[in-house]
Design a protein around this ligand. Structure first.
Ligand SMILES: *Cc1c(COP(=O)(O)O)cnc(C)c1O
Ligand code: SF4
Length: 300
């Protein structure tokens, strides 16, 4: 899919190594994920939801990947022992209501292994939601067939995926989306804001509109994390806020993801909203509308 005539082809920037990856700035694990591993292959940062990493393999090694430290050297599925230990931990912690199965790309596990994990999790009464993280809708759409869709539907598994640019929403990707959605599987998109790939308000608008058209719910727009070897993708937060301000009123509310910054040290996701949207004035609030009209509201 690379357009070699375009030096900023979004597919090329995301998939081919770049000399700028030798830049020494940034961290390997800014989220301190290694320090939030209570058991097995779990990453836990929140009281009622956690992640199980089931593999480190992916169909494509995205150059901007935030888990680069774990991915792309040796492909390895997590051991049965690690997965069983993770499930045991969840069983013993009644506060956990949502489990995210991710990687790497969780859909690189074969269906029977996935079924086994879904089966065990859905037998835990306090686990209400199973979510799966996969980029195969964009990177290996042929992975998604009726059999997989039926499996996900059976366990009411919700899908998080990653499309970063409208050009990734190919006819094959649309077919994968439709197979899931037509079977009743919820699909949400977690986009990453990336310099030269999509740091443009019209590009973000168009990509989210295309997702909405095909029934993928825009969920997050992630500010890029401070990962070593990905500095050339960095963008300033003012750029993301400008994009969010642009989306307001100019497109469907259904096309608007939440823009989030991941606080370092794994302190969690912080939603970012254009500062002019609300000001705290003396006796109340000052708002700025999408056309930059100012309105006031008294404190109640
Ligand atoms: C992002 C994240 C989640 C999921 O958060 P949502 O806002 O519910 O999508 C859960 N655990 C960890 C460690 C995370 O980083
Ligand atoms: S699919 Fe996700 S985990 Fe895999 S390389 Fe790309 S961004 Fe990283």
């Amino acid at each position: 899919m690379i357009d070699f005539d375009n030096p900023n082809c979004p597919i090329k920037l995301q998939s081919l190594p770049d000399i700028r990856e030798f830049n020494e700035f940034g961290q390997l694990d800014p989220m301190n994920e290694e320090q939030s591993n209570p058991s097995g292959k779990i990453t836990r940062r929140y009281p009622n939801k956690l992640i199980i990493n089931v593999t480190n393999a992916c169909p494509m090694y995205c150059r901007h990947c935030q888990r680069r430290r774990l991915i792309g050297n040796v492909d390895k599925n997590s051991s049965k022992k690690d997965i069983d230990e993770s499930i045991e931990f969840i069983k013993n912690n009644q506060t956990i209501r949502e489990v995210l199965i991710t990687g790497g790309d969780a859909l690189l596990l074969p269906n029977d292994k996935l079924k086994n994990i879904f089966d065990k999790l859905s037998n835990i009464s306090h686990v209400e939601i199973i979510r799966i993280g996969t980029r195969t809708l964009a990177t290996l759409p042929f992975r998604i067939d009726n059999e997989l869709a039926l499996l996900l539907r059976k366990y009411k598994v919700q899908v998080s995926t990653q499309f970063n640019h409208a050009c990734e929403i190919t006819p094959e990707a649309v077919k994968a989306i439709e197979t899931l959605v037509d079977h009743g599987v919820l699909v949400r998109n977690q986009m990453v804001l990336l310099h030269n790939v999509n740091d443009d308000k019209y590009c973000i608008q168009k990509t989210n509109e295309k997702l909405q058209k095909y029934r993928v719910i825009p969920y997050y727009l992630f500010h890029p994390k401070d990962i070593k070897s990905t500095q050339h993708f960095q963008v300033d937060i003012s750029k993301g806020l400008e994009i969010m301000k642009h989306l307001e009123g100019r497109t469907s509310g259904m096309c608007k993801p939440t823009y989030v910054y991941n606080a370092p040290q794994g302190l969690g996701k912080v939603p970012l909203v254009p500062i002019e949207n609300i000001e705290y004035a003396e006796n109340g609030y000052k708002f700025s509308t999408w056309e930059n009209k100012t309105i006031k509201k008294k404190r109640n």
